[in-house]
Every structure is written in structure tokens, then in C-alpha cells.
Write a protein that binds this ligand. Structure first.
Ligand SMILES: [Zn+2]
Length: 89
């Protein structure tokens, strides 16, 4: 009996895997896209490393919108990036 493996998720930007608690979850629904550090928001989830390079790539390459299966208006993207920036400190 080993330790229970921690659930892993894939960063949508770099496709690297990491324990879920090390990644930042974003949740997308018809109502919008929110930063979901607690991982409780309903909707389709997308995970990102808490790394500005991954955040930048996720927006620049469109991988975030693809993972959420939802387009982002420039206004939504700008607002989301501010919220993510706050979360990363
Ligand atoms: Zn990453």
C-alpha cells in the first residue's frame, strides 16, 4: 500500500501534467469564464500552471478557449487575465 496518488491534471498551455492543487482552475459556462482556485465552480474546467509563461501562452495560442470550448471576447480575456494575475500574486 503506497500513498494514494494525487489527482493530476494537464496544463492547457504546455500540456505538462501536475497535481491538481498546483494548477489554477478556470471554469467556463454560458454565463462566462471565472478563475476558480477552490475548484468548485460548475462548468467546463481548464487547468493552468501558476506560471505567467503558461498563462500568456494559453491566451496567445488560443489553447484556453479551445479547452473551454468557448470563445473569449477581447473584453472577457482582458478581465480574466487581471483576475488570474491577482491569483498568482
Ligand atoms: Zn503549463
Amino acid at each position: 500500500m503506497g500513498l494514494q496518488a494525487e489527482p493530476e491534471r494537464t496544463c492547457v498551455a504546455c500540456r505538462g501534467r501536475a497535481p491538481r492543487r498546483e494548477l489554477l482552475r478556470l471554469a467556463g459556462s454560458a454565463a462566462g469564464v471565472v478563475v476558480d482556485p477552490a475548484g468548485r465552480e460548475p462548468g467546463r474546467g481548464a487547468y493552468l500552471h501558476r506560471d505567467p509563461a503558461c498563462v500568456e501562452a494559453a491566451f496567445r495560442k488560443g489553447s484556453l478557449a479551445r479547452a473551454l470550448k468557448r470563445g473569449l471576447t477581447p473584453e472577457e480575456a482582458a478581465r480574466l487575465r487581471i483576475h488570474i494575475g491577482r491569483e498568482l500574486g
